[in-house]
Design a protein around this ligand. Structure first.
Ligand code: FAD
Ligand code: NAP
Length: 666
């Protein structure tokens, strides 16, 4: 993990609304541009960096003040602290006013004797540390106030804080931290805070899907996301390996058949073991796990309602919102009754049969891919383009591969669904789906329809913030319903934080939520000066032929640097495993590196379509993080015979209008 010092001047996260302002000439850097990894990232604004930044921990001997790490720790341990730097008249005046506000609170008759309001602890830091603290907290206000280790802002922000809130804040609460949501991010944060000696409660509760599906502790990834998806992807790949095996000399009797119920049960058994493991981990780390739905009923109070509707009220000094997302539905009659989402698919009691997957991004393409691989007749319904936000050259290659693989694509958006046969626990139903489509001969819009056994909606996911009581305390939300953060801290309520999918402008990926949870806990409980780096995040779409990428999409690189400044190296290749088995997939494997012509061919985009792309992309991701140049890839000696070695021998430049490359074996 980089320290703030190392990050200074090279941190590339695109800050959000409410961030401290940046100078007009400030350069931006390469944010990832794939799908949701990039979507929603607002334009960059940052606090003014030093012209020639001094590493914050290298104290300028001519300036007073304690080193940054010490200063942050002090602020973290104090009940009320204020950072100042130059001891100017203006700073002193503001600190006196801050002290006066707190004194007035102390003197108020209604303040009980038990509520101790300590003196303000003044912490003097150097100019470099001031800039670092402003950068870390994204607060430009100075002198900067910290209450119970949370950056509040300056005098203006303190004055804006409701008097009652301030009084309540200074009171002792049952927990140091309440985490709302026990998914990837919430669990990681709760365990890290407990490791740091804090008293933590973690609430996790799953509201059933419209189909009535529910699950255990661990959130989306474990129960209805990454884990069951990857296992089903593996099941589908194995189907092909059975065919390949015969080409490699294995004698297999009879036609292999797949049993949906067997796969579903195996996957669910594995998930149950993970659910149990998380409960054990929380107990071992002394995190109080509460299987209840959390809702703010006061600025420092959560009402936790369990399955039996029993309500328990608990209080804390700080709160972490990690409530994640749930699938969206369109709004027309019957849709919630007749269709399913990824929340239901992995527990489906019956074999799905002929399936329509509505949507054309990660979830839809991955589910469509493995369902087809398991032997089902699958159609993907695309509203506009595949994989919005991803490199569109790669998206088109995925589409071509999926078609060659046997999947069907339809353009359109369903407008009506009729039930023909009702589903049972043993058998899928039958539905007729209607959608308008242009008649290719007449050019007129016409209504088309088709029958399917299962309709899977994968049209995006919505933040779970409607009934968490955020309006009760005034946590700002974006249009998307996600929490708006100054980094991971609420812009409006300084003791409320958010991480993972529910935080506006961050990639919706499990490792992102986990990293953000751990890093944030070290920052707010230890005074660490670490930041989560939301840039150059490697990701993989687990389509039948996996697509891995890191950094910029081709179109984004062109937009950002200009076509003339981009040089793209690419190639096709034939994985050795596919040669004997004569798999059609061999004609679709492709890779490319997007480089900056005038910056020693620094690699800003990495893309590969291949089996096991996830494994390869994870490894090469570090090269992009370390600002590798094309020459570094060339210097690297390959591992033979692998697919990944192709990145060490790239010489072909991608040119406009060139013919599709032909792969040759080794
Ligand atoms: C089908 C699918 C496949 C995916 N595949 C991948 C993948 O391969 N790789 C990857 O990196 N990411 C993948 N993702 C995304 C990944 O699952 C999420 O990014 C990740 O789970 C986000 O973690 P989180 O902690 O923010 O939220 P979640 O994991 O969603 O956890 C939130 C938890 O909070 C609970 N909750 C909500 N409100 C309350 C409340 N008021 N009180 C108590 N509890 C509450 C929820 O029930 C849930 O358990 C996939 C997602 C889906 C849907
Ligand atoms: N492998 C992984 O790491 C992985 C796997 C799965 C999910 N995830 C995470 O989960 C997040 C959610 O993924 P997602 O695929 O559910 O959502 P998404 O990325 O938001 O994509 C939604 C898709 O549905 C389409 N759509 C939206 N509204 C529609 C409507 N009313 N009718 C028809 N189509 C509609 C969109 O089309 P338009 O382009 O026209 O808007 C888009 O194709 C992703 O951001 C990703 O980070 C990650």
């Amino acid at each position: 993990m980089k320290s703030l010092g190392e990050l200074f001047g090279c941190f590339k996260r695109q800050p959000r609304q409410g961030d401290a302002t940046a100078p007009a000439n400030q350069s931006t850097s390469d944010t990832p541009s794939m799908g949701a990894v990039a979507s929603g990232m607002p334009p960059p604004k940052r606090p003014a960096p030093a012209e020639s930044p001094t590493l914050p921990d290298e104290r300028n001997v001519d300036e007073p003040g304690i080193p940054l790490k010490e200063a942050l720790k002090e602020a973290n341990n104090a009940k009320i602290a204020v950072f100042y730097s130059h001891n100017t008249f203006d700073e002193e005046k503001q600190i006196l006013e801050i002290e006066a506000i707190l004194k007035a609170l102390k003197d108020r008759a209604d303040v009980e004797k038990s509520l101790e309001i300590p003196d303000v602890q003044r912490i003097r830091v150097s100019s470099a540390s001031k800039k670092a603290i402003q950068y870390l907290t994204l607060h430009n206000s100075w002198p900067l106030i910290y209450i119970k280790g949370n950056a509040v802002g300056g005098l203006k922000e303190l004055q804006a804080l409701k008097k009652d809130y301030l009084k309540e804040w200074l009171r002792d609460h049952t927990y140091d931290l309440i985490v709302i949501g026990g998914g990837s991010g919430g669990l990681a944060a709760a365990k890290e805070a407990a490791r740091l000696g804090k008293k933590v409660a973690c609430l996790d509760f799953v509201k059933p899907s419209p189909q009535g599906t529910t699950w255990g502790l661990g959130g989306t990834c474990v129960n209805v996301g990454c884990i069951p998806k990857k296992l089903m992807h593996q099941a589908s790949l194995l189907g092909h390996s059975i065919h390949d095996a015969q080409k490699f000399g294995w004698k297999l009797e009879g036609k292999p058949e797949h049993q949906w119920s067997h796969l579903r049960d195996s996957v669910q058994d594995h998930i149950a073991s993970l659910n149990w493991g998380y409960r054990v981990q929380l107990r071992e780390k002394t995190v109080t796990y509460i299987n209840s739905y959390g809702e703010f009923t006061g600025p420092f109070e959560i009402s936790a309602t369990n399955k039996k509707k029993k309500v328990e009220k608990i209080t804390a000094d700080r709160f972490l919102i990690a409530t994640g997302l749930r699938p969206k539905y369109p709004d027309f009659p019957g849709v919630k009754e007749y269709t399913i989402t990824s929340d239901d698919l992995f527990q489906l009691p019956y074999s799905p049969g002929k399936t329509l997957c509505v949507g054309a991004s990660y979830v839809s393409l991955e589910c469509a891919g493995f369902l087809h691989g398991l032997g089902f007749d699958v159609t993907v319904m695309v509203r506009s383009i595949l994989l919005r936000g991803f490199d569109q050259d790669m998206a088109e290659r995925i589409r071509k591969h999926m078609i060659a693989y046997g999947l069907k694509f339809e353009s359109g958006v369903p407008t009506k669904i009729e039930q023909i046969e009702e589903k049972t626990d043993e058998k899928a139903g039958k539905y007729r789906v209607y959608w308008p489509k242009k008649n290719e001969e007449t050019g007129e819009m016409q209504e088309f329809s088709e029958e399917y056994n299962t309709i899977l909606y994968a049209i995006g996911r919505e933040a779970v913030t409607d009934d968490v009581g955020l309006e009760t305390i005034g946590v700002e939300r974006a249009k998307s319903k996600k929490v708006v953060g100054r980094r991971e801290q609420s812009t409006t309520i300084p003791w409320v934080y958010a991480i993972g999918d529910v935080l506006e402008g961050t990639p919706e990926l499990t490792p992102v939520a986990i990293q953000a949870g751990r890093v944030l806990m070290r920052r707010i409980f230890e005074g660490a000066n670490e930041l989560t780096e939301y840039d150059q995040i490697p990701t993989t779409v687990f389509t039948p032929l996996e697509y891995g990428c890191c950094g910029l999409a081709e179109e984004d690189a062109v937009k950002k640097y200009g076509k003339e400044n981009i040089i793209i190296y690419h190639n096709v290749f034939n994985p050795l495993e596919y040669t004997i088995s004569e798999r059609m997939d061999k004609d679709h494997c492709y890779l490319k590196l997007i480089c900056l012509r005038n910056e020693e061919e620094k690699v800003v985009g990495f893309h590969i379509l291949t089996p096991n792309a996830g494994e390869i992309t994870q490894g090469f991701g570090i090269a992009l993080k370390l600002s590798a140049k094309k020459a570094d890839f060339d210097r690297l000696i390959g591992i033979h015979p692998t697919v990944a070695e192709s990145f060490t021998t790239l010489t072909l430049e991608k040119k406009d209008g060139e013919e599709e490359l032909q792969a040759s074996g080794c």
